[in-house]
Design a protein around this ligand. Structure first.
Ligand code: ATP
Ligand code: MG
Length: 776
């Protein structure tokens, strides 16, 4: 044991050796908070505290497992086994099971996931004959969740005129009744939802003093990691349980509080000193995780926040490389940059995939990264979610598309025939299936002939089936004339999929819309690429082939060494040698939805702090100058967070100016050796990134021969601008492929093609009629 304690620094040792009393460890990222908790638990056991008397609460089950394993290494597995260690939900579900009868629940109560809860709420809304468009089930559920996490019971709701008025104002005067019915229904079904696990624990501990006393006596030592992200309900549980012995040790970092949007209350950490008598406060200041460059850069970021505790974080680690900032033209190119950097690093420095993490603000952003990694054959794993093409809403769209190509695809048909709901029930589908088997035909064919087969369906149902057939057939017609992007956009709207998703205003619901948007972006990228390369339409069939390959690869779950992809929220507490934070753009990060108040923006900034401090050795911040959004190439600006880092900690891999068209980057492959002495680094003023300035560049706008507007829709044979202007040797700028040099021209008129060597992506032949080129 002593050996482990001697490995700690002085400041870390103190809270480990301080056995009793309330204490709080407030410290920045990577300073060993989790490590102190782990050693502290082992040391308590070493001092004779029974494992059964120690309760340790972590943020994820994975964190709990890892901690337990480490403790097992120190004190032995048989001892460690008895520790109460896990998330709030898992620990209190266990306690509720043994006390369920007191609350009138069976001990084998069901735990409802959010799908179950939604179904129950939808049922209630129907029974109460309320308008589903006003009383949207997901909104109702989210409101009920807020009540529960704030400990507002049904009774409390009806005693609070303000709450009722708020709901009446929101045109939901019957909110209270729904809440009441939902609670009753769960109770009758012997079920608790996720929020109940905390709410009922609170109820148990307040209503039954003898139960409270029992658990107070059991949990003589309580430890909480990531305390800054506890919500009110969790806070009260911890308070109640620790009230007798007051042996409570919480660790956290106010700078890493990133769950306010889920009800986490940063005041829990700020007010800890007031809640207990004689609180010992410990501060850890030395960061062991990251290079000095990263630690100091992270400090400059968090300094911008007004609401924070004063903290020092320093490190004795080597300075390390600067944070690399990379700009690309599009998100596809951003993906290529990340993938090729990983590839090169692996080659040059013998690194494994597991040493890299790619972090993003929203799940939808994984798509561009996944596509690029796959093309490079780099295995990856998506944490806390499905890989892009496995997500439900994406599969729904893809199933419609599969039907368009092949209406006999039964799996696809059954999945979407009644989604979004169009009144074609399970019984009808069963009848169709039976008939299909009987006549040895596909379900779709049976539907096409529904009037000629007697399936004992009423005329309303028959009409609905015919409508569905007509809809799919109309898609098929479009598919013959339009590209895959147009079709998919049309399908996602006409089927009602997008409208269905828009009903859900929760963060999860919005993420699903973003995913669909991202699918469209991917398709746009694909169709545009196909058009330029061979003038082809970029058909759906070709796209689906690409996707089929992708989804197939996803199924590979073997436990090999993989690059980690996850949202920043999920990365909390973790560390990796190399970290890419991608999509560093205004409106994406900080998110457009979190910029209206200072506190929202400060939460985004804390999130950035979390992201950056995951890196041990090298951090990369990447952004794209344009992304497809709903099929339109939209310009984006670099995130303000990049500018907020003191420039001395950054290395710009690409010059930082935003308007690439008129300020091409210096590249010796094409421009020959550039005399570096002629490059001046413009002094960054008021925090803006430095810009490279040369005497011969950038060219003034007037000298750039704009080849736009591109005669995108010009009929074949139309003479166009390119006939006279473009020649071999021209340097061109392409909207997606970036800069390149024309090697060769061939063909005439509308068939004229240019062979262009691009800096990224190599040589491509582009049909000039479609190519989005500027000569620079
Ligand atoms: P976060 O705020 O991100 O959760 P943390 O404060 O919990 O970070 P840890 O994860 O406990 O920090 O520690 C960060 C890294 O530093 C880990 O790899 C840990 O093993 C290492 N570390 C912590 N303390 C020491 C020490 N005294 N000597 C050597 N390494 C240490
Ligand atoms: Mg930690």
């Amino acid at each position: 044991m002593q050996q482990y304690i001697s490995q700690l620094n002085e400041a870390q040792r103190e809270p480990v050796l301080q056995k009793d009393g309330p204490m709080i460890i407030i410290a920045g990222a990577g300073s060993g908070k989790t490590r102190v908790l782990t050693i502290r638990i082992a040391y308590l056991m070493y001092q004779g505290v029974d494992a059964f008397n120690i309760l340790s609460l972590t943020f994820t089950n994975k964190a709990a497992r890892e901690m337990k394993n480490r403790i097992a290494d120190i004190v032995g597995a048989s001892e460690a086994k008895n520790l109460w260690m896990g998330t709030f939900h898992s620990i209190f579900a266990r306690i509720l099971r043994s006390e369920a009868d007191k609350l009138g629940y069976p001990s084998n109560f069901t735990i409802y996931d959010s799908q179950d809860s939604l179904r129950a709420i939808s049922g209630i809304i129907k029974e109460m004959q309320l308008d589903r468009d006003v009383y949207k089930p997901k909104q109702i559920l989210s409101r009920i969740s807020t009540f529960k996490n704030s400990l507002i019971t049904v009774k409390a709701y009806f005693n609070d005129p303000d709450l009722q008025e708020a709901d009446a104002m929101a045109k939901k005067p019957r909110m209270g009744e729904i809440y009441q019915n939902y609670v009753d229904r769960c109770f009758k079904s012997g079920a608790m939802d996720f929020d109940d696990l905390l709410l009922k624990t609170n109820e148990l501990l307040t209503r039954f003093p003898e139960v409270l006393a029992k658990y107070q006596n059991r949990f003589r030592y309580i430890l909480v990691d990531e305390y800054q992200d506890t919500n009110h309900s969790q806070y009260l549980i911890v308070r109640a349980l620790s009230d007798k012995f007051q042996n409570i040790c919480v660790v956290g970092d106010d700078a890493q509080s990133i769950y306010a949007f889920r009800g986490a209350n940063i005041n829990n950490i700020l007010n800890f000193q007031k809640d207990y008598q004689g609180v010992k406060t410990f501060r850890l200041e030395q960061n062991y995780r990251s290079s000095r460059n990263i630690v100091e850069a992270a400090n400059t970021i968090i300094d911008k926040n007004k609401t924070k505790l004063d903290k020092v974080v320093w490190t004795a680690n080597e300075f390390g490389p600067k944070i690399k900032v990379h700009r690309s033209l599009t998100d596809a190119e951003e993906g290529r940059f990340v993938a090729s950097t990983i590839f090169e690093q692996k080659m040059q420095n013998q690194m494994t995939n597991g040493q890299f993490a790619i972090l993003y603000r929203t799940n939808a952003q994984s798509r561009a990264m996944e596509d690029a990694l796959r093309k490079r054959d780099i295995p990856y794993r998506i944490y806390g979610g499905l890989s892009f093409y496995q997500r439900k809403e994406i599969k729904d769209v893809l199933c419609y598309l599969r039907l368009v190509i092949n209406p006999k695809d039964e799996e696809a048909l059954v999945r979407v025939i009644n989604y979004p709901a169009r009144g074609i029930g399970d019984t009808t589908v069963e009848k169709l299936t039976v008939a299909a088997n009987h006549y040895k035909r596909s379900i779709f064919e049976i539907m096409q002939n529904i009037d000629r087969i007697d399936l004992k369906l009423n005329s309303g149902t028959r009409q609905k089936l015919q409508d569905f057939v007509t809809m799919i057939q109309s898609f098929q017609v479009i598919n013959e004339n339009q590209d895959a992007f147009y079709l998919t956009d049309h399908v996602s709207k006409k089927t009602g999929l997008v409208q269905e998703l828009k009903k859900d205003a929760t963060p999860e619901g919005m993420a699903r819309i973003q995913n669909i948007e991202e699918l469209l972006n991917g398709i746009k990228d694909f169709t545009e690429g196909q058009k330029e390369i061979d003038g082809a339409r970029g058909s759906l069939a070709e796209f689906m082939e690409d996707v089929a390959l992708a989804t197939d690869l996803d199924k590979d779950t073997s436990d090999e060494d993989r690059v980690a992809l996850m949202t920043i929220h999920l990365a909390k507490g973790l560390e990796f040698p190399h970290v890419f934070v991608v999509g560093m753009e205004e409106d994406l990060f900080p998110s457009a939805m979190s910029m209206s108040t200072r506190s929202e923006l400060e939460e985004e900034r804390r999130l950035f702090y979390v992201a950056l401090t995951r890196a041990e050795h090298q951090a990369y911040l990447t952004y794209a100058q344009s992304r497809y959004r709903w099929g339109k190439l939209t310009d984006s600006e670099p995130s303000r967070f990049i500018e907020e880092i003191d420039g001395q900690y950054l290395e710009y891999l690409t010059p930082a100016e935003t308007n690439y068209r008129f300020k091409p980057m210096i590249d010796k492959d094409i421009f020959g050796d550039v005399d570096k002495s002629k490059l001046r680094l413009a002094k960054p003023s008021n925090g803006t990134p430095p810009k490279y300035i040369t005497d011969n560049q950038p060219k003034p706008e007037a000298q750039i021969r704009k080849l736009k507007p591109v005669s995108r829709n010009a009929p074949a044979g139309t003479a166009n601008l390119f006939d006279n202007t473009l020649t071999a040797g021209n340097i061109v700028m392409h909207e997606r492929f970036g800069r390149g040099q024309v090697l060769n021209l061939e063909g005439v008129g509308a068939d004229k093609k240019a062979e262009i060597k691009f800096e990224v992506g190599g040589i491509k032949k582009l049909l000039l009629r479609f190519a989005k080129l500027d000569v620079i």
